[in-house]
Design a protein around this ligand. Structure first.
Ligand code: HEC
Length: 114
């Protein structure tokens, strides 16, 4: 009997947890799975072409303060310009979930979040 209650309780907690995490569209940016999905996109969509394999290339991402995920999301979604260099807006190319994944990857290589 007690076990049944305990299991029902656990189930309720699971359901509440799932509903809550579905509500917030920001994934866990420290989740290795999110980061590695982001890494694949980063290579596949040629972010590495301008920013280098690990963010240390032409348009260097290493020594900036990239600790604000919302800022990064917007920069990637809307695109950025620096002198004659332009980063296209990725909103049309990547889904919101994918932009969060590359955001997680950028934060992981930037190294300021750990
Ligand atoms: C055509 C070259 C190019 C490509 C491809 C590119 N970027 Fe950029 N990116 C830039 C430029 C230029 C800037 C503006 C740099 C600045 O403001 O100093 C920038 C800025 C950024 C910033 C903001 C940096 C800051 O400090 O404001 C992030 C984050 C970023 N890029 C990530 C990405 C990701 C992720 C991808 C792939 C989905 C990508 N970039 C693809 C050229 C590129």
């Amino acid at each position: 009997m007690l076990r049944t209650f305990a299991m029902a309780g656990a189930l309720v907690i699971c359901i509440i947890g799932a509903a809550y995490s579905e509500d917030s569209s920001i994934p866990d940016l420290k989740d290795p799975k999110v980061i590695s999905a982001g890494r694949e996109l980063y290579l596949e969509k040629h972010c590495s072409h301008c920013h280098g394999m690990s963010g240390d290339g032409g348009v260097n991402l290493m020594h900036r303060d990239l600790s604000n995920p919302n800022y990064l999301f917007e920069a990637i979604a809307d695109g950025r310009e620096s002198g004659s260099l332009r980063m296209p807006a990725w909103r049309e190319v990547l889904s919101e979930a994918q932009i969060w994944q590359v955001t997680a990857y950028v934060m992981s290589i930037n190294g300021r979040t750990n």
